[in-house]
Design a protein around this ligand. Structure first.
Ligand SMILES: NC(=O)c1ccc[n+]([C@@H]2O[C@H](COP(=O)([O-])OP(=O)(O)OC[C@H]3O[C@@H](n4cnc5c(N)ncnc54)[C@H](OP(=O)(O)O)[C@@H]3O)[C@@H](O)[C@H]2O)c1
Length: 290
């Protein structure tokens, strides 16, 4: 396994849920940390306030740097990748509805932004870069999935003509990430609302925690030999069972699937959230929430 020892790592979208989890993870086990310990980690994202919050949260962490920038801004991105060894590309517009309603914005950030990351990595001789992708990408039903599918292709294709090693990790729903359905159900419960809107009684999804996601990303980034695309094995659960695990008293209001949503998600050909062999129990799901 390659390690991050003494390297510089840039995380695009580093002020988001995954970015915070990555820093928690890297902070954990110095000096015997399995993935090694970078000398510098650069958080690259647009919103000053989010970076300010993260700065406060990780106050005193000497190896953390904050750079305001947009992945659409090729020059700024390239400048920030100077002397960078590794890149984790997490910046994205990830809300299905936002992408549907602002299609060009989704294209600009998720596709052009990923292409700019590829260019910046190549120009600065970055050793390795990992794109964080999603189960919405295979056979996409919505623009979010289609843009991430395209970003995956851009990363994979760049390996043909680049010294930088480009990799992709593709995974399912992250339980405790910003804007997840779990966050929404927890809010309803907190407000004393016990009737949960559910798209379809049979709807299933893959589930993992932010900590698991962060570890999986770092493992794929540092693996000496790896397939370009890595798909971790994840457990599934019905959305109705997720709701019951959060609030055993809840009832359901079925609102129907949107055209942009799938009944079951797909991580790869034949690897779907309904035919999966690994299922979470209510108790196991509750543990993921802690
Ligand atoms: N959460 C999930 O369930 C899940 C599942 C599978 C895959 N993923 C993928 O995992 C990645 C990270 O997800 P997350 O949950 O951490 O998302 P998140 O919490 O929404 O964070 C997204 C980050 O991207 C930044 N960003 C957005 N547009 C940008 C731009 N144009 N330039 C630079 N930074 C930009 C945001 O900060 P600013 O707004 O301040 O720029 C934020 O730091 C995404 O690529 C997503 O597609 C997520």
């Amino acid at each position: 396994m390659a390690t991050l020892d003494n390297s510089t790592l840039l995380i695009s979208g580093g002020s988001g849920s995954l970015g915070n989890a990555l820093i928690e993870e890297i902070k954990k086990a110095r000096p015997s940390y399995q993935f090694g310990f970078p000398k510098k980690v650069i958080i690259y994202s647009r919103n000053e306030y989010n970076q300010h919050l993260m700065m406060k949260k990780f106050e005193g962490v000497p190896w953390l740097r904050f750079r305001i920038g947009d992945v659409r801004d090729k020059d700024r991105l390239s400048w920030c990748c100077d002397k960078v060894d590794y890149v984790i590309h997490a910046a994205a517009l990830k809300h299905i509805r936002m992408c549907e309603e602002n299609p060009l914005e989704a294209v600009q950030t998720n596709i052009i932004g990923s292409s700019n990351i590829v260019d910046a990595c190549m120009k600065n001789n970055v050793k390795r870069a990992v794109l964080v992708s999603t189960d919405k990408s295979p056979s996409p039903r919505n623009l979010y999935g289609a843009t991430k599918f395209t970003a995956e292709r851009l990363f994979a294709a760049a390996n043909i003509y680049s010294k930088t090693c480009f990799r992709i990790i593709r995974y399912g729903n992250v339980v405790n990430s910003r804007g997840s359905v779990v966050e929404y159900f927890l809010k309803l419960k907190e407000q004393g609302i016990h009737e949960f809107p559910i798209t379809d009684p049979n709807c299933t999804r893959f589930w993992m925690t932010l900590e698991q996601a962060a570890k999986a990303v770092l493992k794929h980034l540092t693996a000496e030999k790896a397939e370009t695309l890595h798909i971790p094995r994840l457990p599934s659960m019905k959305i109705t069972d997720v709701a019951r695990a959060i609030d055993p008293e809840c009832t359901f209001k079925f609102i129907g699937l949107q055209k942009s949503e799938k009944l079951h998600e797909e991580l790869d050909d034949g690897y779907t959230s309904d035919t999966n062999t690994d299922w979470l129990t209510s108790e196991e799901f509750q543990k993921l929430l802690k």
